[in-house]
Structures are given as C-alpha cells and as structure tokens.
Design a protein around this ligand. Structure first.
Ligand code: UT7
Length: 385
C-alpha cells in the first residue's frame, strides 16, 4: 500500500479558525478522517437545530417596589369626609393607603424611578442591559412627553426605548402581555415593566365615593427569556368601550380641553359610578379567571396563587370563589395600600415574593376603566432567597 501513499491537504475548521495541515496518509486513513469530520459535522448541526427549536418563554426574573411613607388611614378620612372606618372596611377591605406627600412636587416618575432602582439593585444588573422600559400608568407626569422616557434616562437605561401604556387598572396586565410578546419574539432580552400611579393627584378629597379607595405606589418586574418552559403560559384579555361613561376623568383631554369652567366643575378628578363598575368587575374578572383555568386544564389544586387587582375585597373574594380557591392562595394587600391602579399587581408580587416557589402556577386577573379586563397564567421562575 506504500505505492498508494498520497499527499493530502486537509482543511480543518477548529474553533472558527482555518488551519492547513500537510500529511502523508493511507487511503483508509483518509476515509476514517473524512468519516470522523462528517459525523462531527452532523452532530454539531443537530445540536444547533435542537437549541434553535427550544421554545423561549418570557419569565419574571426580579421584582421591585416603592411606597410613599405617609399613611392615610380610615380614621384620618373620617375627619375629611362623611364616612367611617366601619363602612370603608366592610365595603372595600381598605384600612389605609399611601400618599406621596413628603416629597412634594414629585410626580409619578418619582415613584417609578424608585421602584425600578430597587429592582435593578436586587437583580444586580447594569441598567445599560435593559432593552425596553414600559410604564403602565393612568397618571403620567404630563400628557406629553411620555413619562417612561424620563424614567428610563434617570435609571441609566441608556440603551432602552421607552413608552407609557394606559388601560386604567388593567395597564400592568396589558404591559406584562406586551413584554412577554417582545421577549418571545426573540427581539429583546430584558424588558422592564413598571406600574406606577400617583392617584392622589387626580382624586377629589371632598368626594367620599372615590377618596377612600385610591392610593399611590409603584412596582416593577423584569421579563427575561427562559428555556425551561417557565414564565408566560397564556392570557385572555378583553375590553369594552361602553364602560367609559362609568369610570373616567371627563376633562383635560382632546374631547374637553381644560377651561376655568372644567376646573370649577371638578371635571379633572376621577368620576366613578361605583355600583355599575362593581357589577361589571365582579362578573368579568371571575369569568376570565375561570376561562384561563379551563383553557389550560387547571383545577383549583393546580393554581398556587391568584394575583388579583386590588380594587375591592368583595370583588377579589368573588373571583376566588368562582375559581374554587382557598383564601390562603389569594394574594391580598388592599387593606394597607388601597387601590394603586397600575401598581397593584407588582406590589402583590413584591409583598409575596419570598413565599413564591419556582414552578408555582400564578393566575393574574384585573379589571379597570374603559372597561378593560383580563387574566394571565404564568409559571413562577425563581426561588427568592
Ligand atoms: O379599580 C378599577 C375598578 N373599580 C372598581 O372595581 C370599584 C368598583 N366599585 C366598588 O368597589 C364599590 O362600588 C364602592 C366601594 C365604590 C362603593 O361600594 P358600594 O357598596 O357599591 O356602595 P354604593 O355606591 O352602592 O353606596 C351605598 C351607600 C350610598 O348611600 P345611600 O344612597 O344608600 O344612602 C352611598 O351614598 O353608601 C354611601 N356611601 C358611603 N357611605 C359612607 C358611598 N361612599 C361612602 C363612604 N362612606 N365613603
């Protein structure tokens, strides 16, 4: 076989660099080398394909929050309007709410920045890594420009694009949906969703039907890709424009720009037909929560936590009953914060974070002005330590 010795030039690609080697080898040695490269190539291609086919889900990887220090208690409200601690507690479940007072002159961005900074510190990331900042809010600092843009710059998210999202009390739920879609598309890796509202800026503290309900606060979550199938699973989001008459701020927009008259008529404050909103909220929040369970074959035993918008304890109880959930599985902090609009859901996650376990099934549910409402099924992705 010596006569069959040939000079062979082999091009080998190792770690991305081309190496040329010159050898004297036998034919059968050539075949063996060729065979080796071929099977190596096929194996690598299969692995790459397998990685590409892994479904990316969007998971929450960190939570942050901020609450102003001042507590507006039911007892203080008793001195402001014709109400009682007993009425507020039995009708709503609220005992106190936080108001942004001590930092006078600050808007919603102040709350949002604090919550985002808390999250960034806890997660230990460089804000430069954040791709997008979504601010769910009904109380932007000003109508133009978007508050999210200011917040992104102030927290050092210099590579992010940012915008506000407004869907009243469903803003944060819709924001989570948007964030999950961006992550699952593969276009972005870190999406920060903040829910922040300075409700005290749009509440008439002489109106006992609204001033006992709302409070100020902010919460934030970070969405990142997950390859273990954790995070976002399903959602059912709805809206119905016939609801806008029942929960609104009438003036200050393009329909009724501000005038001395609109200010005099207190049309820049929240108006709510509580009874009607209550009726729609009870049935719709329960409906979508039951629907998301049914669609995902979840029984009450499979659901570890209900994360419900904190508008009224009676609405939350009705939703939990319809889902067949025990009281212990229902996240609740309405007694301490009231209704913080866009911040209720992340504030619940913040308060319950240490009790959440990797793989827990969470059902989020919200209802708000518009009307807007929906439910989301998400698998928790980490154990807090
Ligand atoms: O988060 C966005 C979505 N919002 C909601 O989901 C809120 C839904 N609505 C509610 O939570 C409840 O409707 C409220 C808490 C706003 C009101 O509770 P309610 O049981 O529906 O009370 P109501 O409006 O039917 O009023 C009952 C009575 C009325 O007196 P009369 O007419 O029966 O004499 C009210 O004037 O309670 C009176 N009332 C109060 N009394 C003491 C209303 N507000 C107060 C108050 N203190 N703060």
């Amino acid at each position: 076989m010596d006569s069959h010795i040939v000079r062979v030039f082999l091009c080998r690609q190792i770690s991305g660099t081309i190496k040329l080697s010159s050898h004297f080898v036998h034919f059968d040695e050539i075949f063996s080398i060729f065979n080796h490269f071929l099977s190596d190539f096929i194996e690598k291609r299969t692995k790459i394909k397998a990685v590409n086919m892994t479904k990316i889900t969007a998971a929450i990887t960190a939570v942050g929050a901020y609450l102003p220090k001042y507590k507006l208690t039911n007892q203080v409200l008793e001195t402001m309007v014709d109400t009682s601690d007993e009425w507020i507690t039995t009708r709503t479940g609220i005992k106190e709410r936080r108001i942004l007072k001590e930092e006078e002159g600050q808007g919603t961005s102040y709350l949002a920045i604090k919550a985002a900074e808390d999250l960034i510190k806890k997660r230990g990331i460089d804000p430069i890594e954040i791709d997008m900042v979504l601010l769910a809010t009904a109380t932007p600092d000003m109508p133009v420009a978007a508050t999210a843009v200011f917040v992104a710059s102030r927290i050092g998210a210099a590579n992010a694009f940012a915008y506000d999202l407004q869907a009243a009390c469903s803003s944060f739920l819709y924001g989570m949906s948007t964030a999950a879609s961006y992550i699952e598309s593969g276009r972005y890796k870190k999406v920060l969703v903040i829910g922040a509202d300075k409700m005290s800026s749009i509440i008439d503290y002489t109106d006992r039907t609204t001033c006992i309900i709302f409070g100020d606060g902010a919460g934030a979550v970070l969405f990142e890709p997950n390859e273990e199938g954790l995070g976002f699973q399903d959602e059912y989001l709805r809206s119905d424009g016939q609801g806008r008459e029942f929960l609104k701020i009438e003036a200050g927009g393009s329909l009724l720009p501000p005038t001395e008259e609109t200010v005099g008529n207190k049309q820049h404050f929240v108006f709510q037909d509580g009874k009607t909103v209550f009726k729609f909220a009870v049935s719709n929040m329960a409906d979508v929560s039951a629907k998301i369970m049914e669609r995902n074959n979840l029984t009450d035993k499979d659901v570890h936590w209900l994360v419900p918008h904190q508008a009224n304890k009676r609405i939350i109880d009705a939703t939990a009953n319809r889902m067949g959930l025990d009281h212990e599985k229902v996240m609740m902090n309405i007694e301490r914060y009231g209704n913080t609009t866009s911040a209720t859901l992340p504030l619940l996650l913040y308060d319950y974070e240490r009790r959440l376990k990797k793989g827990d099934n969470l059902v989020f549910a919200a209802f708000g002005g518009g009307f807007t409402w929906g439910a989301m099924y998400l698998k928790w992705a980490y154990d807090a330590n």
